[in-house]
Write a protein that binds this ligand. Sequence first.
Ligand code: ZN
Length: 554
Amino acid sequence: MGAQTNGSFGEHERQHSRDNVRTTIGHQSLKNDHVRKSLVERYRHGKMGLMELPDRTVCYRALQGRDARFDGLIFVGVSSTGVYCRPICPARTPKFEYCSFYASAAAAQEAGFRPCLRCRPETAPHLASWRGTFNTVSRALALIEEGALDGFENNVEKLAARVGVGERQLRRLFLQHLGASPISVAQTRRVLFAKQLIHDTHMSMAEIASAAGFSSPRRFNETFLELFRRPPRTLRKRNARIEGENEQGAKAKKVVLQLRYRPPYDWNSILAFLEARAIAGVEIIEDGRYLRTIELEGAIGSIEVAHIPKQQGVEVAILFPKVKSLPAIVARVRRLFDLGANIDTIDQHLSADLALASLIRQRPGLRAPGGWDGFEIAIRAVLGQQISVAAARQLAGQLVEAHGLLVPKEFRNHPSLSHVFPDARRLASAFSIRLRMPAARLATLKAISEATVADPGLFHPLGGIEETVARLKTIRGIGEWTAQYIALRAVRESDAFPATDVGLLRGAASIDGGMKVSPETLLVRAESWRPWRAYAAQHLWAADAATSKSSAPA
Ligand SMILES: [Zn+2]
């Protein structure tokens, strides 16, 4: 048995899941390295499902070798200690017979294991957030990350409706791909996030309970007592981070967290992309770090993101008045920096096209940058219609100056970051947007604002890429290019591909020896890049930017 389920499932479901595992894993003998290698390759290529773990012996060797390629992909439960670990755990490798392997932290936790205090499974890369091929599951996971199953008013039925399937089907898909139910995934998320806050911050236990989405401090306490057999505060080490407390006053406590990714990660490229588009007053790139102001659930603050290549992650410093918003802020940072990408799978898939392969060799680990906020990206996309990146950036700065709210002093992390990007409600109700641009485009800005106010879920994924694009195109003034661009950066569609984009076409021409390429030809060629066309687009833009002065849009 390569994967395990536990007794909390119905008997029928358990049988079903075990059968699945048996048929996909089979009883292969993995004594020789050739077989092992091909299995690892298949696994990394995404040809095996999430729940379809490699054979136990493969998993065990990954553990023995502390193989970072498996970090985030498998978790090991150790029956002699009752803890579960990342494959890279520095602790002594447990005996083979004590180990069982899981495709998700939730599955290990559901099987009764508690998170290891040394390798800290809560810091493993979150790979499930953008897997592309398991759309429904990855969308539901993204919503859970933002707290869709926290609080009394939320439940699995509502979550299922949001991703467009029935409740039973959602449970079945979770079981199949993650080996755990949506509820236990949410519970695991709360525990792991709380654990990270205990270790890495100086927040009070009450704040942590609230930030992690527990219904009460009591519930938080009970959960930790049950899992670790001791109260949460005793997990805190003395060297917990305290930053900004003294000089900023008690009201603005800085919370500093590390978020991991799977290497390689092309930090310089993503930073260059964001820098070319940084809006004055809202964003700035300084000393290799990204700083910006944020507005969320009616509150205003700021974040600062730095690369820590040694830890294979980024460090995010958050200044924000509402602790309850922390999970949503962290989820947005992960999306913005595309930390969840299973990048070697994507790079290998795209490398099948030899021209792309050479681009990938030049920029291994190039990510598809997301946006901080869907509405903001949509507005920027329209501002960027038919004009250069620099000109669009200038317009965005004027928009912020005219309509953005001021950031309170104690929540500023940089003297020049003074405003937040205006939200949909403000622009929708503005008497006039007052920007020097064609009236039709001003009307589109208004139309997007009104559509966002009417449907706050406008930039959440629904169905496939075609559906997402079609829905966006119902807004007046949004054509194919703008819709694809919004899908790519705001909705995080891994398969979005604005084929008519000038920079993209130039990039495509440059890899084909300078021959002019039409959008139609490019689309045909891009068929084999699915479901990762967004990454191919990023490589083509980068290739274009390297050969010409003007570059990608918005
Ligand atoms: Zn461990």
